[in-house]
Design a protein around this ligand. Structure first.
Ligand code: ADP
Ligand code: ADP
Ligand code: ZN
Length: 220
């Protein structure tokens, strides 16, 4: 059983690493950002409610997120564990998650912090794009497709950039991280589950450090 949380500011590499770990560990990546963007794209009632807040780079309310995750972790594909990417993002969310798991006689096994220099984040975020067909992530400078305009993973030729990946929105999101999410680091440290990896290293080096951090828990 491996229940993991990836923690780090926007652009730290959570999505990139969660996809790799998901493939190697055979457990799903639960990205609340992706889940919310799918709701917005589908113009669901939830999507209509959260669109403006997301576009502004602000955090969606805890109630909405807690509901979203509670339903998700009860799906059969989460039975062997999961990788939370983008949740929890506030102390109330972390406490709700603990309660949710407690009710299911489960707990978080490892929280991995991706530590990065703030100055690097804006460059990472404004250069990022994804394949619209398979969701693979790329970067103008750090991770271009092998063949320009063609996805390495699926051969897709359409890519998208997020509406909130603009420099001024990034600043708002970094502020939200500092104010709401950074307090989770001492919270999980106190529980003895926090590991920190150097998110400024190459993508492969980060993946190796993360595998080590996971290997050192009682992954039973
Ligand atoms: P990034 O990958 O850049 O950190 P995400 O894709 O995780 O960003 O999130 C995009 C947006 O979705 C956030 O700015 C916020 O509006 C909303 N969001 C995602 N997860 C949460 C959460 N756990 N709590 C509140 N809002 C969230
Ligand atoms: P997050 O999910 O934490 O917001 P992403 O995984 O989307 O971050 O990464 C942000 C951007 O930075 C992406 O374009 C990704 O390709 C790139 N990136 C991720 N990890 C690294 C790394 N270790 N070095 C350089 N660029 C990276
Ligand atoms: Zn693709």
């Amino acid at each position: 059983m491996t229940r993991l949380i990836l923690l780090g500011p926007p652009g730290a590499g959570k999505g990139t690493q969660a996809k790799r770990l998901s493939a190697s560990l055979g457990i799903p990546q639960l990205s609340t950002g992706d889940m919310l963007r799918a709701e917005v794209k589908a113009s669901s009632a939830l999507g209509l409610k959260v669109k403006a807040v997301m576009d502004a780079g602000k955090l969606v309310s805890d109630d909405i997120l807690i509901d979203l995750i509670a339903h998700r972790i009860d799906q059969p594909d989460c039975r062997k564990g999961f990788i939370l990417d983008g949740f929890p993002r506030s102390l109330p969310q972390a406490e709700a998650l603990d309660r949710m798991l407690g009710e299911r006689k489960a707990k978080i096994d490892r929280v991995i912090e991706l530590k990065v220099d703030v100055e690097a984040l804006v460059e990472r975020i404004v250069g990022r794009f994804t394949c619209t067909k398979c969701g693979a992530g790329y970067h103008d400078k750090f991770h271009r497709p092998k063949k320009d305009g063609v996805c390495d993973q699926c051969g897709g030729t359409e890519f998208a950039r997020r509406a909130d990946d603009k420099e001024e929105k990034v600043r708002t999101r970094l502020d939200a991280y500092t104010a709401e999410t950074a307090p989770l680091l001492p919270y999980y440290k106190g529980r003895g589950v926090l590991a920190t990896v150097d998110g400024m290293a190459s993508m492969d080096a980060v993946t190796r450090q993360m595998s080590q951090a996971i290997g050192t828990v009682g992954v039973a």
